[in-house]
Design a protein. Sequence first.
Length: 115
Amino acid sequence: MGAVATWHVCAIAGGFFSIIARIPFGLAVKISAAQLTPYLIIGAITSFVISHVFSKNAKKQTSDNPYFKYAVPLEYQAGWEACNIRNLSGYASIGIGGANLSVVMIAARAGLFVL
């Protein structure tokens, strides 16, 4: 659910990726969507696995040691915390993965390596 909840950030990141991949910037090489697809799939799978593991861990910890956090009744705290972890890991993976992919795309367009 974290990736779905962060769709608006994904849309903004996609806009930046398209600008970096296609606008000339004095670089002759342009990157196609087909070249980026494997990297985006790997990033999505990695993000899903990490958010799933962290959210399950947070849910277990909160279930084992309930404490009042947020304005949510204690019986809903574990699910609430798991959802927060999924959302935060989605934002983090978009930020970290997006920054890394942007650097890789610029380096590829500069001819330092081939995607």
